[in-house]
Design a protein. Sequence first.
Length: 492
Amino acid sequence: MSIPKEAYQTLQSIVGPEWVSDDPAICEADRYCSLSDPTDEKRRPGCSIEPSSTDEVQAIVKVANRYKLPFVVTSTFYSSGTYARKENSILIDLKRMNKLEIDEKNQYAIVEPGVTFSALQADLFKMGLCTFVPGCGGQASVVANTVNMGDAPIGWRHGLGYQRLLGVEWVLPEGDILKMGSLSNANDFFWGEGPGPDLRGLLRGCAGHQSKLGIITRIGVKVFPFISEELEPSGWSYHTTMMLPTNRFKWYNIRFYSHEDIINAMFEIGRCEIALVVMTVPPIFRGVARSRGVGCGGFWEYWKEAGPKLARKQEDLRVLLYGIGSDKRLEYEEKVLLDIVKDFNGSAREAPCQDETNFMAADAICANVVGGRFASEVSYESINQATRYSKEVDKITDAHRPPILQEYNTTDWICPYELGYVAKMECLRMAAAEDNYALQEWKRDVEVVCAERGAYALVPNSDVFGPVWGNYPEKEDKIRAAFDPNHVSSPE
């Protein structure tokens, strides 16, 4: 089977023949997804199409409804959960929609899905403003990441994506256009809450709907004041970095000798409202960092020696101090931080004043240096709940070795946000490519235990969590039926 000829010709008339293709080679190239997704779920799309405007997206969605053709959407990506799961799907690639507008005075940006974080950041720096780069990298779409997750270590001070999301332009599954917040009454994205409808809770909770309720074509996103000094790049690829001005920034690596001390220190740093980045550093992260440019073999050569020697009670914290507004602020933050470190029996060491992760690039892709496949189980709750979650995941992981690789339970990363009120616990686990099934079994076991313990998973498996969370899948089905009666928007 293939896309009906009449439907295909209609799609050509919308975007032009050069921007739509049913060539098997091109469609096969668009069969992408995250590394850990089951390969048997992927389907080659029936055609791939690249619109350049909201009007074209709307017309494509209406064609999909007319011919009952499923559609999925993507743009720039590190990993994508919106791959085709049904035959003859229309893959709508939004990378041509790359318009960007910055309101310097009111400190927000209007972006289309093809705008990456690195492109937005580069323009913001010229104005003394900034956003941040998410863990999935600077090549990620600002729209996709903000409406789906929107997290990064700088969220310690600047919050998660739902706090930065302003006006929204949304093509619904049947092709109607919904404008939310202040955009509904005026051509202005400045306010997400209104005046006007605010359905951001339907658009995303902790994570977004993965294009199951249509397509977001433009958003307003909050940006933040930054230093006026130009950041200077240093080094050569494969190892480049940004040099930060030492009068406004200071990195500290801090070692604690009990888990209780590091948790209490994070709470106190948040209570004192200092720092721009606060996060734990799992030992395996150091191995990944040392392996830049030397590949998988270099990592395992290091890990073979370092892994068995790890001090099990040792906990490391990485903190970026930021003199917001003045040099004196940096001096104040440093004094407060060092007092906290002393109070909780830690030892602090100043680190080079440079950045490789938070402002332009991100290190997520480096995780692949371990080799094979990896999976992440993520929860967003309190710092204390993150600790409990980690302990349960470690027990489950031990039961799956082998084929899950031996990382000595050192991959659990606590990254708190909003001055410690919310924390991400990300538990990475690795396996060889041929053992990808083991990661799926592990994820299922983790979800079952989390549901029993009352923990919250980032993208919960409805079969597992539904029965203990008020049968919420039934409500989701009713919402989808109302918005998408033809069941064409990223169906499973």
